[in-house]
Write a protein of this length. Structure first.
Length: 196
């Protein structure tokens, strides 16, 4: 590991800056506000610079930065008075009603609006897996939870999103057959967010 004197701004720029746009997109998806996302990313990079002496060069900087972002998002949610965490996620799942699946012709705005109804712990794990394409192990490190919890959160998040989108599909009179087809549609729609 390099000593403090060996680490330069060039090292930081080479390791961290290529991930700036990706981190900004992630922050924007969670905050839903351009100014707040910009402020959050500024805090992430300030924290990364302050802690860069602890970072081992040429390791997984992307995951390290997402870990910092995850911690900043937790603070953002705890400070945001309009945001409400589900007290009991299992109870919330029991109260949801199953409806038919969603069609692939939904607009990105409708997909994003549906994502806003998913509790953040599920949404964050799901977006890291399906949009940012992290492995379960990397997500577990970023969120500081066991890999089994990551898999559970992703599964529950997808199920909640599928229910949200099926409700939207009902309002538009879309028809899709079966649970398997609706699951593939949800993964397809999340993949669309990667492109957007």
């Amino acid at each position: 590991m390099p000593t403090l004197r060996e680490i330069t701004i060039n090292d930081f720029e080479a390791e961290a800056m290529p991930h700036l746009n990706e981190l900004y997109r992630t922050a924007l998806k969670f905050t839903k506000n351009q100014t707040e996302a910009e402020d959050l990313i500024q805090e992430v990079f300030l924290q990364a610079w302050k802690s860069f002496r602890c970072y081992e060069l040429r390791t997984n900087c992307r995951a390290w930065l997402h870990k910092i972002l995850s911690n900043k998002l937790k603070r953002f949610y705890s400070n945001n008075k309009n945001f409400k965490f589900a007290e009991d996620a299992d109870e919330a799942l029991k109260n949801l009603v199953f409806k038919p699946a969603v069609a692939e012709s939904l607009r990105d705005e409708e997909i994003i609006a549906s994502l806003e109804h998913i509790p953040p712990c599920f949404r964050e794990a799901m977006l890291l897996a399906d949009v940012e394409e992290y492995s379960y192990k990397e997500i577990a490190e970023i969120l500081n939870v066991p890999a089994g919890t990551v898999m559970s959160r992703i599964s529950r998040g997808r199920r909640l999103l599928r229910i949200e989108m099926m409700s939207l599909a009902d309002s538009k009179n879309f028809k899709i057959k079966g649970e398997k087809e609706s699951a593939s549609v949800v993964k397809f729609l999340l993949g669309k967010l990667k492109i957007a």
